[in-house]
Each structure stands twice: as C-alpha cells, then as structure tokens.
Design a protein around this ligand. Structure first.
Ligand code: SF4
Length: 313
C-alpha cells in the first residue's frame, strides 16, 4: 500500500514498474517551471536539508517493497526537487543494502554543480536530469529559477558530474513551443549535449496540464524534426503520436471519474489507485467540478469526491 513518502509501484514509460519516493514537501524546488504539472513552487530554495525524516522514509520504502509485487526501479521524484534533501545519499546507500532493485533519481539537474549532490548521487543506478536550453534568458523564462542559479553553472555541473559518475545518465530535454524550440536553440543545445555525453537523451514536451497556460506542447512531427537535429541518441518519450496526447489526457480524466463513480473517495484514495501525483489529480478534479460531474463533501474531517446525482443536478 502506498503511504506518505511512497507511491506506486506504477507503470512508467521510462522505468517500467516504478515505486516513487517523495522526499521533499510539496512544492519545494529550486525552479518554478512554467510547465510544472504540480502547480506553482511555494518554497523556491537551493537549501539542502532534512526536509522529511530520513529514517521514516527508509522504513516506509522497506515496508512498501516487501508488500509490493514486481518493481523495476525505486525512483526518487515527486513533490519537488529530490536533490534538495540532505539525506538523499544516505537513503540511496541504505536502500542498496536491502534490495537489488535499481535506483533512479529524477532531478531538474540544477544542483549537480554542488559536490555534496554529486556525492549523494554517486551510488544511484540512473540519474535523469533535465536540460532545456543553453541561454540564460530562456532558462529564466522556462524555469523561473532561484536567483542564485545560472544556466552556465548548471551545464558545467552536468559536465563535471558525467566525469565522476559511473551510472547511467538519461538526459531529458523538455521542449516548450515557441520558447526553446528554434533551430538556433537546438543547435546550441546539441553542442552542449555532446559535452555532457549522456547515455540516453529523452525528448519531452508539455504533456500534462501545466502551471502556466502559455506552456504549450510541440507536435510529434516537431519533436521528430528536433530529434533528427540532435543526432543518433534521442528518443521521443512524450506519450503521444500526433493527436494521441489529447486521448491520453482524456483517459486520465475518465479514469478518475470512473473511480469516483464507484464510491466517494479521498484525494489519497485516488492517488493510491492511479499512481498519479495529488496535485495533478487536483487539476483533473477541479475540471470535473467545473463540469458539474463531481462535488466535494466533508465527512469526519475528511474531504470526499462524489459524483453529482440526478437529484442534485
Ligand atoms: S517541473 Fe520539476 S523542476 Fe520544474 S518546478 Fe516542477 S518540480 Fe520543480
């Protein structure tokens, strides 16, 4: 059963059945990306600290691993930037002692220039950092980063980390239409990516409801064009082919409605059943409320989502 710091295991495009491990509070991040599906960053910081108690996280992961079926990866990701947690290295080392399941860390890559972060990640099997641009201006526009961060420092951090780290680096390039997708941007990005030399390159675009409406996706055809410009390695991981993205979003919307139709459920219930992040579910539920398909009721101090019956309509 999923708990406070874990969610899943859920099927993931890159990591098979992945058990998510969420180690920073919502939404603690060094960025405030316009495409973030979790909403606006409420704690924009670069401070590394024990945001959540490391031993409680460890115990919960151990328990969940014992109770769960097959898991392909233990994946640090979730409500913010996982490298902000000062216990990340400890958690990876301790998890390695109790399970052979490979460990992945999904990171925005903004703190890889820090030697403490490099050390913490050294025993992970896969690190998946994001890089969108080489331009400071575009970097600011897309990520709205903590004031101390520059794209130059971040790129150098990625290059330095690659030299020390023996695990796999799967570099995610997140593309936002009209902002970082020009030929000039991609050519400059290509040069930098060659220096970083990741094991894989994943091309992604805005496929979940974004924090800002102006963050819109590229089409599959546009992603294909960029893939061709970046050489042999890139894979398009955005979950659509041409118009399939709209279908994908519709499927999630419908799945949540199907769950609520069966019985009144809390946000935690829906998260446990779908493996989706709570903030993402909230967006779909808001939409369903606007469409007057569901309502929220309170019972015994808990909020429940229910379908709106005929007598209410
Ligand atoms: S997308 Fe990731 S890096 Fe960007 S604000 Fe959201 S949690 Fe932070």
């Amino acid at each position: 059963m999923p708990g406070k710091y874990t969610y899943g295991p859920v099927p993931s495009r890159r990591l098979g059945f992945s058990l998510g491990i969420d180690i920073v509070p919502m939404k603690t991040c060094s960025y405030n990306c316009i495409y973030c599906q979790l909403g606006t960053t409420t704690n924009n910081t670069i401070e590394r600290k024990e945001y959540t108690p490391r031993d409680r996280i460890l115990q919960e992961v151990k328990d969940t691993v014992k109770q769960s079926g097959h898991i392909d990866y233990l994946t640090f990701s979730g409500s913010g930037e996982p490298t902000l947690h000062a216990g990340l290295g400890y958690l990876i080392t301790e998890l390695k002692k109790i399970t052979p399941i490979p460990i992945a860390v999904l990171t925005n890559g903004s703190l890889l220039f820090e030697s403490s972060v490099q050390r913490d990640l050294i025993n992970a099997d896969v690190v998946v950092p994001t890089l969108c641009t080489t331009s400071q201006e575009i970097f600011q526009e897309i990520h709205r980063p903590h004031a101390s961060l520059t794209i130059e420092k971040i790129i150098q951090g990625l290059i330095d980390f690659r030299k020390k780290y023996r695990g796999k680096i799967w570099l995610e390039i997140m593309l936002v239409k009209g902002i970082n997708d020009s030929e000039t941007d991609i050519e400059k990005l290509h040069e930098v990516v060659e220096k970083i030399s990741p094991d894989k390159i994943h091309l992604n675009t805005v496929v979940r409801p974004p924090s800002e409406k102006r963050a819109t996706p590229l089409s599959y055809r546009e992603l294909e064009k960029i893939r061709n410009m970046l050489g042999a390695k890139p894979e398009i991981i955005a979950p659509f082919k041409e118009t399939r993205e709209a279908v994908h979003l519709h499927d999630i919307h419908q799945s949540i409605l199907n769950i609520i139709e069966r019985r009144p459920v809390t946000l935690d219930d829906i998260a446990a059943m779908t493996g989706l992040h709570k903030n993402e579910i909230l967006k779909y539920c808001d939409q369903l409320q606007k469409e007057k398909k569901i309502l929220v009721t309170e019972h015994d101090g808990h909020h429940y989502y229910e379908v709106i019956g005929e007598e209410i309509q």
